[in-house]
Design a protein around this ligand. Structure first.
Ligand SMILES: *Cc1c(COP(=O)(O)O)cnc(C)c1O
Length: 505
């Protein structure tokens, strides 16, 4: 396989001795700015002018596929537009420059942000309380399962050691359950791609701790028997867990709390428009029903009326006139999951998004997300397989199984061919129960013109592949890096540039 075809020389491989603009002169001054052991003269670093370096990184940034440059229908990841007002709010100096050790009396504004966000999420999702402590979705699953474990231990039911996970679940669900020491029991979906209450009743019992689900599930289908499912689990004495990473489908329209869920998490970095991807910082609040509130991680933001009495916290309320304090003392808390206030800037972004949209805006957001996903499904339904041909929610799955049988072109090839057309690929090969799966989530922020152009490009790719499979098989051909060996890239990632002279070391 030839090396990646970059159209400009790598910055590390050009440059001339003495060319660097030296704003930091070598010598004792530099040593005072950097610890001495970081200043290593023997490193064979290239000497480049500042302009060359700026151009290098600016060119690289143009080669990035991101939501700010292209349509990004990556199912389950909710790559929607991130409104710039969110960043403006997160960058307000009074919030941004606050020291994480600031005493409560000097951080009242930041504590108010956390409290109002927590109240807004509780009322939007029908939970008694949320913790903003966990730093991502999987981290939140871990937190919630620790809460469930502590709850059963306190009730003298530590023997409950099984977590039931439907086969449509996100891969993090069984992984999180195993991390907490639970045994994972995978439950097969029925022919309609949903959990069958009778099949669940056959496996739920005195050793069941939690049933982890999401609704709509990862096929984009609403679990229309969720009430019966919750009853089965509650009759068995177990808890219902809601993976709300993809709450874009229902936010403001229905609430997990009303479906019988006792525990849940959200990915603020999906539903609430916070930049993500590439492993950046996330935010995964965990919400709980009343009986589980004592187990939430600390610190908890407590609100007090002007007279010092605890503020009533039933649903959302304006924080004007309240005082706030961080409470680290809750005796049954599962501990602290993340240092300081966790990813505070993301909390500011999420609250800005909620206030900018308002209740009506949030309702419309999820309705448009659902409309856009159905629009694409209908637009491509006659050129690929749609394994569950019914109204979907914020995303849907298609399958390239017939195309593969007829031409050898797979879901992977369609995803790669879309890159050449200037679109990010959909999620492929997930959920695992659909062969040659393409999982498409357009989100609400795309225009009809963009959806139409994507549908047209998708149809053209499939039509061309039916005549000449090679047209899709070798793609992408126009991207900075062509088709890579996926297995080697995953198993032996080579993410580091090595100077030629240190190659052997
Ligand atoms: C993204 C996602 C997760 C994991 O969230 P991270 O923040 O990446 O850890 C869990 N469940 C579902 C359904 C998701 O889409």
């Amino acid at each position: 396989m030839p090396p990646p075809a970059f159209d400009t020389p790598l910055i590390f491989e050009c440059g001339q001795d003495g060319r660097a603009n030296c704003y930091l002169p070598r010598g004792p001054q530099l040593e005072t700015l950097l610890p001495g052991d970081l200043v290593r003269d023997e490193l064979p670093l290239p000497d480049n002018s500042e302009l060359d370096v700026v151009r290098h990184f600016t060119r690289l940034s143009h080669k990035t596929f991101g939501i700010d440059t292209v349509f990004y229908p990556l199912g389950s990841c909710t790559m929607k537009y991130n409104p710039r007002i969110n960043d403006a709010m997160a960058n307000l100096p009074a919030l941004r420059d606050l020291h994480p050790f600031a005493p409560d009396h000097a951080a009242q504004g930041a504590l108010a942000v956390m409290w109002e966000l927590e109240r807004a999420l509780a009322s939007l999702f029908g939970m008694a309380a949320f913790s903003l402590n966990p730093a991502a979705g999987a981290h939140a699953e871990l937190t919630a399962l620790l809460i469930a474990k502590a709850y059963f231990a306190k009730r003298g039911e530590a023997h409950r050691n099984v977590v039931i996970v439907p086969d449509t679940a996100h891969g993090t669900n069984p992984a999180s359950a195993a991390m907490v020491g639970f045994r994972v029991l995978s439950l097969k979906s029925d022919a309609r791609g949903r959990v069958d209450p009778a099949a669940l009743a056959a496996v739920a019992g005195p050793d069941t701790a939690v049933c982890m689900m999401t609704n709509p599930n990862t096929l984009g289908l609403f679990e229309d028997r969720i009430g019966e499912v919750s009853d089965v689990i509650h009759r068995a004495g177990a808890l219902m867990y809601y993976d709300g990473a993809n709450a874009n489908a229902l936010m403001g329209n229905t609430r997990p709390g009303d479906m019988g869920f006792d525990l849940m998490h959200l990915n603020l970095h999906k539903t609430f428009s916070i930049p993500h991807g590439g492993g950046g910082a996330g935010a995964g609040p965990v919400g709980v029903a009343p009986a589980l509130v004592p187990y939430l991680p600390v610190p908890v933001v407590r609100a007090y009326e002007a007279d010092g009495s605890p503020a009533a916290a039933d649903g959302w309320r304006d924080s004007t006139g309240l005082r706030f304090a961080l409470d680290f003392t809750a005796p049954d808390a599962v501990g602290t999951m993340r240092s300081f206030w966790s990813n505070f800037a993301h909390m500011v972004r999420a609250l800005a998004y909620i206030y900018a949209n308002g209740a009506e805006g949030l309702i419309l957001t999820s309705q448009l997300a659902v409309l856009n996903a159905n629009y694409i499904r209908v637009g491509i339904a006659d050129v690929v397989d749609i394994p569950y041909p019914e109204i979907n929610r914020h995303e849907f799955v298609a399958s390239a199984q017939s195309l593969k049988r007829d031409t050898g072109v797979r879901a992977l090839d369609l995803g790669k061919a879309l890159l050449d057309r200037g679109y990010h690929a959909p999620t492929v090969y997930f959920p695992l129960i659909v062969p040659e799966c393409l999982m498409i989530e357009p989100t609400e922020t795309e225009s009809k013109e963009t959806l139409d152009a994507f549908i047209a490009a998708f149809r053209e790719i499939v039509a061309a592949a039916r005549i000449d499979p090679e047209s899709a098989l070798g793609t992408p051909r126009t991207t900075p890096v062509g088709r890579i060996d996926e297995t080697r890239a995953a198993r032996q990632p080579d993410l580091r540039w090595r100077a030629p002279s240190t190659e052997s070391g």
